[in-house]
Design a binder for this molecule. Structure first.
Ligand SMILES: [Zn+2]
Length: 392
């Protein structure tokens, strides 16, 4: 899936950009909003590392010993389930103040959210409840692989991850997104004509254009290509469909068609296979080292349950290191799709105004620091995206 989450504001100093529709106050506000978002993100990562380290190196073993003494928890599998729930629920509780600030308070301070506190809390509980249920099944599956396959478990796990990403790729638009948003087929004759022209010969059926009701909770605009095979479709936020001109919508639709034409979802799944193989291998080596140092030997068939927070910590650190690589590839894909949008529509002015509008709506940073872009941004800065229109 490739989501158009946010596009930074254009640079007011740059004469090639339409600076007249951005006041200094708006620019300063966007800067401040993004500074705080970045701070929340960094604080969240720091908190994750501190919490998981504490769990892994201090608390996990005593908790496991205590669980072993409880009736009904004699099997590894039962203890793993309880350990998972304890670790995950305690983690959510430790992170709750930060989640509340970044997900609700900050969004209201900058007039980005339309949700009441109750609506936000319901959604937070729903999302975390689903994460716990899904994570519990995944954790059980992973440990069963370790217990049954021994030292080669990481190969089986990488294969399992690959299959799961294909299944999830198919189910996301039809099963997962509708749990959170109302999604319906787009009924708009004029847009349908434009879309069918643009998707001609690309293998993307125009049956697959959907409207996602986002306006209940946010003012932000968003569009995405989602799904695999028969579930492949373009989903556009109602915030985007209502606030943008038909030409601007056409350009954004063409951008999503660009993701389809360049097979970006397939490429993301394939590189995911490489990353997950490397990640699971690293987990295996670290587990062998950690369990070996705690109890002198490693018995895969009886791998203890106290290793769960340690395993999660290794995965978290690994994904932090891998993220800049994934973001770099994503930004490259965005340039490919932007180029496709420009060449297939020829609507340069609509392209410029669409991205300027997106940037304003989403209050994105005009000049993010290059290091910030390198580390955290999955989309190129808006100034780069606008400048592309002059080169293509
Ligand atoms: Zn995109």
């Amino acid at each position: 899936m490739n989501a158009e989450e946010s596009s930074p504001l254009p640079n007011a100093e740059d004469p090639t950009l339409p600076s007249d529709d951005l006041s200094d106050a708006q620019l300063a506000e966007a800067k401040e909003y993004n500074r705080r978002e970045l701070f929340c993100d960094l604080a969240d990562r720091g908190l994750d590392l501190a919490y998981l380290s504490g769990m892994a190196f201090v608390l996990a073993k005593p908790i496991d010993t205590w669980l072993e003494s409880l009736p009904g928890l004699s099997t590894l599998s039962a203890r793993l389930a309880v350990m998972y729930v304890i670790v995950t629920v305690a983690h959510a509780m430790v992170s709750f103040p930060l989640s509340l600030y970044s997900g609700h308070i900050l969004e209201h301070q900058f007039q980005m959210s339309r949700q009441t506190f109750g609506a936000w809390l319901r959604r937070y509980l729903k999302r975390n409840g689903l994460t716990v249920a899904f994570g519990l099944a995944l954790t059980q599956g992973l440990y069963w692989m370790i217990w049954l396959c021994g030292p080669n478990w990481w190969i089986v796990a990488a294969a399992g991850y690959f299959v799961l990403s294909i299944v999830l790729g198919q189910l996301t638009p039809v099963l997962i997104l509708p749990l959170f948003y109302k999604i319906e087929r787009l009924e708009d004759e004029t847009l349908a004509d434009r879309f069918s022209r643009l998707s001609e010969g690309t293998g993307l059926s125009i049956e697959g254009v959907y409207r996602m009701q986002m306006s209940d909770e946010t003012v932000k605009a968003n569009a995405m290509l989602a799904g695999l095979g028969k579930t492949r479709r373009v989903i556009m936020g109602d915030t985007l469909l209502e606030g943008f001109s038909p030409e601007e919508i056409e350009v954004i639709f063409a951008h999503e068609v660009g993701h389809h034409v360049h097979h970006h979802i397939r490429k993301l799944i394939l590189t995911g296979l490489i990353y997950s193989t490397a990640g699971f291998y690293l987990c295996d080596r670290m587990l062998a080292w950690w369990v070996g140092s705690v109890q002198g030997h490693v018995d895969y068939a009886e791998l203890p349950v106290y290793t769960l927070p340690f395993l999660t910590l290794v995965m978290t650190i690994f994904s932090m290191f891998v993220q800049p690589l994934q973001n770099g590839m994503s930004r490259y894909f965005e340039v490919q799709s932007d180029t496709y949008a420009l060449t297939s529509t020829g609507l340069k002015d609509a392209y410029r105004s669409a991205f300027t509008k997106l940037a304003k709506l989403n209050k994105a940073d005009p000049n993010p620091h290059p290091l910030e872009v390198f580390l955290f941004h999955s989309h190129p800065p808006i100034a780069d995206r606008l400048a592309l229109a002059d080169r293509v």
